[in-house]
Design a protein around this ligand. Structure first.
Ligand SMILES: *Cc1c(COP(=O)(O)O)cnc(C)c1O
Ligand SMILES: [Zn+2]
Length: 400
């Protein structure tokens, strides 16, 4: 199939199982590969896109995630559900950089997204595509921000939303979900227990499950971060990306975006960033698997951390996360909750950014990366603040 017109809204072709390569149709409701229990990745006709459009056609458009719509799966603009997500600031950190001896230190501040976290990006795409495929009711297991985002976007799309949350989810996430009219169930236990309940309800009552990577399109929304980074740095990618990793959608998404941009001929050179996955030492399945060279993660028992977004005992895409780390010559770092809280203060005091604990974890990781001489002073480093600290006020008070 080859797409000739430049008027095509999306260049999506089909989906591929990340494990066995089986092809799935883009015009049907999909979840994951039933044979491999592996995620489906979306394909686009990049060859036609390369012929029909230049990167400048995208950069001159009105701001927001949807200016990259040819590289997103939604096929009609009428189905795009937006609250203004994307094009978040990439902030230079001169004062923090001076402390660490890193003159080229930046942070991508995702806290300005709707609902206060970068979950808005993925959920916006997933809800839009669900709407396009006539899905009427959506369910999600979550430890926080994904639930709040899904409730908001489902409300805007006119879909029914059901959210299975762990009891110790931050109050802000519970309240924002209820405020948007979602049905909220609080359960004992972790996201893995919530996921079991959501899966059960999906099968029994026909809810569509938006769990990380069990739904194919959240990662497509997250990948746009990679395009925004490339544009900011004039199509020469930074040396290092430090990413707080739970389910891994952002990390896997950016890695996919870099490959797509390469295929489109948009990058000035073929150098890709070294990807760093940061986790809490109370739940570090990716760090453990990376250190012993495994291709998959073991389920992390008794996961505990104040960074609720990192409390994922085993990601459904563990294999893809580890592959991106290895292919990029990256690494994985575990940090303590104490160091996360200290870093949260430090970032606010030096640069005025009140980060979510997950975002603060990337600053805590810098210490280790510098000590190990894994990063060098002349390198361009991008940290990630994935959410607003304001959403965790009750949570941080409880633990200090
Ligand atoms: C979900 C979440 C994460 C983890 O993101 P993944 O892309 O799933 O790894 C990090 N930070 C915050 C604030 C989150 O809500
Ligand atoms: Zn498969």
């Amino acid at each position: 199939m080859s797409i000739r017109s430049s008027r095509v809204y999306s260049y999506i072709t089909n989906l591929t199982c990340a494990d066995c390569g089986r092809i799935f149709s883009a015009s049907e409701v999909n979840t994951y590969c039933p044979d491999c229990q592996a995620p489906l990745m979306t394909n686009y006709d990049l060859q036609s896109l390369r012929q029909n459009l230049r990167r400048e056609d995208f950069t001159k458009r009105h701001w927001g995630m949807w200016r990259w719509h040819e590289l997103l799966p939604v096929q009609s603009p009428a189905n795009c559900v937006t609250l203004g997500e994307g094009d978040t600031p990439l902030l230079y950190l001169p004062r923090l950089g001076e402390k660490y001896g890193l003159p080229h230190l930046f942070i991508k501040d995702e806290s300005t997204n709707p609902t206060g976290s970068f979950k808005a990006r993925g959920i916006a795409v997933a809800i839009s595509k669900a709407k396009e495929l006539d899905v009427r009711k959506v369910i999600i297991p979550t430890v926080g921000n994904a639930g709040g985002a899904m409730a908001a976007y489902a409300a805007r799309a006119g879909l029914k939303a059901h959210i299975i949350m762990s009891k110790d989810t931050p109050i802000a996430n519970i309240e924002e979900s209820r405020m948007a009219g979602a049905e909220v169930n609080l359960v004992d236990g972790l996201i893995s227990e919530a996921a079991g309940i959501a899966g059960e309800k999906a099968r029994a009552e026909g809810w569509f499950d938006l769990s990380t990577f069990k739904e194919p399109y959240r990662v497509e929304g997250k990948k746009i971060i990679g395009y925004e980074l490339a544009q900011f740095f004039s199509w020469v990618l930074p040396d290092v990306i430090v990413y707080p990793t739970g389910g891994g959608t952002g990390l896997v998404g950016m890695w996919k975006a870099f490959a797509e941009m390469d295929a489109l001929g948009w990058l000035e050179n073929s150098r890709r960033p070294r990807m760093v996955a940061v986790q809490s030492d109370g739940c570090a399945p990716v760090v453990k698997a990376f250190e012993i060279g495994e291709a998959f993660c073991d389920f992390w028992l008794n996961a505990r951390t104040i960074a609720t977004g990192l409390r994922v005992p085993k990601s459904f895409a563990d294999h893809l996360i580890l592959r991106a780390l290895n292919e990029s010559n990256g690494t994985a770092v575990a940090v303590s909750d104490e160091s996360i809280l200290a870093a949260q203060h430090q970032l606010a005091e030096t640069e005025g950014i009140f980060a979510a604990p997950e975002g603060a974890a990337t600053i805590a990781a810098l210490d280790q990366l510098i000590q190990q001489k894994w990063i060098r002073p002349n390198e361009t480093i991008v940290l990630f603040n994935t959410g607003s600290g304001l959403k965790y006020l009750n949570a941080s008070i409880r633990t200090t």
